[in-house]
Design a protein around this ligand. Sequence first.
Ligand SMILES: [Zn+2]
Length: 283
Amino acid sequence: MPKSTTVPRAEFGVCGGSGTLSLAFPAGLADARVTVIADRLVFDTPFGRSPAFTHFSVEGPDGIRHALAVKMHGWRRGIKRADASLQTFWVFHQAGVKKVLADGGVGSLNALLDPRDVVIPHDFIDLTMRQDIYVRGDHLLIMRQPICPDLARHLYLAASPHFSRIFRRGVYLVTDGPRFETVSEVDYMRRLGGDVIGQSLAPEVVLARDIGACYAGIYMVVNYAEGVVREWEHEELKAIFFDEAETIARCVLDVIAESDLHAACGCAELRKPSLLDLPEGDA
Ligand SMILES: [Zn+2]
C-alpha cells in the first residue's frame, strides 16, 4: 500500500470495530452529509507503519467536520494489537483529533443483558497485559471519568430511535483476546464488576486521554459470555454483525455531525502534566 506523508487535520477519530466491519464506512452509507476525501491513507509513525485510514467530512448544523476512520481498531495480522493502537493514536494526535468515537461487539457478563442490547459504557476494567502504552507519555492520566459524558450522551441520542434497549451506563471489562474466555474466567470477571466483555475499549480510551481527546463508544451485545444465561450461537453472532452495522455506523455519523466540539465535559481537566521526568533510555 503506498504511504502518505502529511496527516490531514481532523476533529474526529473513528475506531471502527466489529460493529461496522461488514460495511464500507462511511461510503457504504450513501449519506448526503458525507464526502470521502481520501481513502487508504497510510503513514509512517514512530511505532511502525500505520493502518489504512479513510479521511472524510460530514456536514452538520454547525458546518463541516473532518474525520479519520480506521477499520477494526487498526488491527492487522503480524502487528501486535497494542502497536496498532499506538500507530492509530499517533496519527490522531498529528491530525489534531479532539473527539474519538468507537464501536464494537461485546459479550454480556451481566445476566440482565441480551444479544442486540446496546451499551454505552461509562467505565472500564482493563485486564490486558500490554505495557508502556502511550503516544506522548508526558501527562498524568486521571481515569475518574474515562468516557466523555457529552459524547456518550450524543451517542445515546443518536441510537435511541433505532434500538429497543440501550443502556447509558455499564462497565466494559477489557481482555487481551483474541480468544474468548473460559466459564471460570467469566465467573471471575463478572464478580469483578464487569457488565460487558470485549477486547478493544482499552488502550484506546487511555490513548485518547494521552493525546487530549474525548472518547466514547457504542457497543452491541453479540453473545452471552460463557456460563451466562445460555450457550451463545455462532449464527446469531454473525447475523447481528451484518444486521446492525449500518445502524451503528449512522449513529457514529450523527454524533460527528451534531455533537458539540466545545462541550464543557471536563475531560481536559483529567490530564495533568506528569511529575515524572524520566530520562530517555538507550535504544
Ligand atoms: Zn469530553
